[in-house]
Ligand binder design. Structure first.
Ligand SMILES: O=C(O)CCC(=O)C(=O)O
Ligand SMILES: [Fe+2]
Length: 218
């Protein structure tokens, strides 16, 4: 893979990512130096569009609480999964995406070989202990050529990394405060999820895990 070499040496923190697939990388600690700014951003976004536990189309409450920012964000309710330009809870547009969020997503995507990624969505997940996310694909976006960029903050969690089809037992990776995953290309539709988050403590977030997931919805 000659390309991989070039990409790795372009990695802006100088550390090589772990390779999770043809087009999937884990950049350990990539967001550590920006964690303060990211948490401030989460506070500002959630002051305007509060975290809420959404319902699946089948009527079950998601255990992770969610909010979002950007031009659109992702919602689920009895009508299904979709992106909206208004927050259904406030009736107002989703808060603007903080510049620090967007710049981080663009830079790490480029380090993974996806130059020109400009997210129009940042979905923010908040996990208390016991919260989880079942195996799923991210497939409500228009153009699967753009990757998913996923930033973990706070208490660690086990990320489940499956294949392109349902079934089989997924790989398990512990994601810690500051870790960033990028998946796209051949890996764009991989099943993934989060195992129930264990009781833990992080100096900056307390008992909570946050995940920022950056997408290009449209
Ligand atoms: O919390 C995570 O790390 C994964 C979140 C996720 O897969 C999603 O929001 O679609
Ligand atoms: Fe996902």
């Amino acid at each position: 893979m000659p390309d991989l070499f070039t990409q790795l040496s372009d990695s802006s923190d100088g550390d090589s990512p772990e390779v999770l697939g043809t087009d999937a990388y884990l950049f350990r600690g990539y967001a550590l130096s920006m964690a303060g700014a990211l948490l401030t951003g989460i506070g500002e976004v959630s002051a305007r569009s509060p975290f809420r536990q959404m319902k699946t189309p089948g009527g079950r409450s998601m255990s992770a609480a969610m909010t979002g920012c950007g031009q659109y964000s992702w919602v689920t309710d009895a009508r299904g999964y979709r992106y909206t330009d208004l927050d259904p809870d406030t009736g107002r547009p989703w808060p603007a995406m903080p510049v620090a969020f967007r710049d981080l997503a663009t830079a790490v995507a480029a380090a993974a070989g996806f130059s020109g990624f400009v997210p129009d969505v940042c979905l923010i997940n908040r996990y208390q202990s016991g919260a989880r996310m079942g195996l799923h694909q991210d497939r409500d976006e228009q153009d699967f050529r753009w990757p998913i960029v996923s930033v973990s903050l706070g208490v660690p969690a086990v990320f489940l990394w499956g294949g392109l089809k349902r079934g089989g037992s997924p790989a398990r990776l512990t994601l810690e405060h500051g870790d960033v995953l990028v998946w796209g290309g051949e890996d764009r539709l991989r099943y993934h999820g989060i195992a129930p988050v264990k009781e833990g403590r992080c100096d900056v977030t307390g008992h909570v895990r946050y995940n920022l997931t950056f997408r290009r919805a449209r």
